[in-house]
Write a protein that binds this ligand. Structure first.
Ligand code: NAD
Length: 355
């Protein structure tokens, strides 16, 4: 029997609740499909700081690098916001991504037919939306030097090297080749020199993919177009901060941030995680939507383990759950037949795996 080692990082807030449901579904699909999953739990975020004094202990890095894939919940919370920046959960997460070299963040935004009324946009605008944001994850303004602050000013620097742009652009074009063969590269080249380098470099890489149609869009226009006509997009290629913002915007096309998964991929081990944060406002209440994390587990099976049929089973079980009208609180007002807790939704999805 094939066996895979999964590093589990549950994190803070709703992290443990949603990861537990993903594990429930993974165990169901592994049993059905005939492979074995071995989990190793690792600490990161505020909970890691509380126990070890470090939001990213060394064992978490080595344990992750020693696994086949990482399934991640979310980190952060107000109680850690006053810590020095390098001790904060978010710094641990940025360092983690850098250590694992996960430079490509794939964020699909697919509108489920069953939730067509859950979006704040009209059904005819969002019906059939299926786009993929390919976001550069370990460069740009979140990492650039110099950065700092004093009493009077604060500063960060948006830096991209040609090699960083080439690497993420190839990733986006390769994904587009498997989809509708359209890449829209998002930048702010009318104002930022770093964006002009981005645009020129993406143009160069595009020459190697003659079957893919490349367009460019300024980020402010992209924010507007995503709401005006999201179906015009297939693959959106973006830098770190622009992708962070646009993919949250894209999540609202789908109805709830609790639905959107992501995969962060590099040359080593991939990290699979929902796009949302630790949602401290609802943590511990059993009302978080676990679907983004369960869907991230499906991406993990597909991208990291090559278990495509098992991934399809999870995707279909999620669709069926939504079709039958089972909803968590965040989607309660949209054609709900029954309002379920986090754990109930996980169990329903796990149950549909074999049906
Ligand atoms: P958030 O994504 O945690 O929450 C935003 C809103 O969406 C909240 O109202 C929350 O209740 C809701 N929400 C999020 N996930 C949900 C789910 N699965 N089901 C139902 N509702 C859900 O963003 P925030 O409030 O800006 O940040 C909270 C903390 O999370 C902060 O400490 C932030 O730094 C951290 N954060 C972590 C990550 C990560 O771990 N990757 C990402 C973003 C934010």
């Amino acid at each position: 029997m094939k066996s895979y080692k999964i590093a589990l990082i549950k994190g803070d807030g709703i992290g443990p609740e949603i990861v537990d449901e993903a594990v429930k579904v993974l165990d169901a699909v592994a049993a059905y499909s005939g492979f074995d999953l071995k989990y190793e739990e690792l600490l990161m975020g505020g909970c890691a700081y509380d126990i070890t004094g470090d939001p990213l202990p060394q064992e978490t890095i080595s344990g992750s690098l020693n696994s086949d894939a990482v399934l991640f919940g979310a980190i952060g919370g107000e109680q850690w916001d006053a810590l020095p920046r390098e001790k904060r959960p978010e710094s641990g997460l940025l360092r983690f991504r850098k250590e694992l070299g996960v430079y490509a963040n794939l964020r699909p935004a697919v509108v489920y037919d069953e939730l067509i009324n859950a979006s704040s946009l009209k059904p005819e605008i969002i019906n059939g939306v299926d786009l993929m944001v390919v976001r550069e994850l370990i460069g740009g303004i979140y990492f650039g030097e110099p950065k700092g602050r004093d009493e009077e000013k604060g500063w960060n620097t948006m830096v991209y090297t040609r090699n960083e742009i080439i690497r993420i652009a190839h990733h986006a074009f390769k994904i587009a080749m498997k989809r509708d063969k359209r890449v829209c590269s998002v930048d702010k080249a009318n104002v930022l020199d770093v964006s002009q380098l981005w645009r020129d470099t993406v143009e160069e890489v595009a020459k190697e993919y003659p079957d893919v149609q490349l367009t460019h869009m300024y980020v402010d226009n992209a924010a507007m177009q995503l709401i005006r006509d999201p179906k015009q997009f297939d693959v959106m290629l973006t830098g770190n901060i622009f992708g962070d913002i646009l993919s949250d915007e894209a999540s609202m096309l789908c109805g709830s941030i609790g639905l959107l998964p992501s995969a962060s991929i590099g040359d080593k081990i991939g990290v699979y995680e929902p796009i949302h944060g630790s949602a401290p406002d609802i943590a511990g209440q059993g009302i978080a939507n676990p679907i983004a994390t369960i869907s991230s587990a499906s991406m993990m099976l597909r991208y990291a383990l090559g278990e495509n049929e098992a991934a399809d089973r999870i995707d279909n079980a999620i669709k069926r759950t939504l079709k039958e009208g089972y909803r968590t609180q965040d989607l309660a007002q949209f054609d709900a037949k029954e309002i379920c807790s986090t754990s109930e939704i996980g169990s329903i999805i796990a149950n549909y795996i074999s049906k």
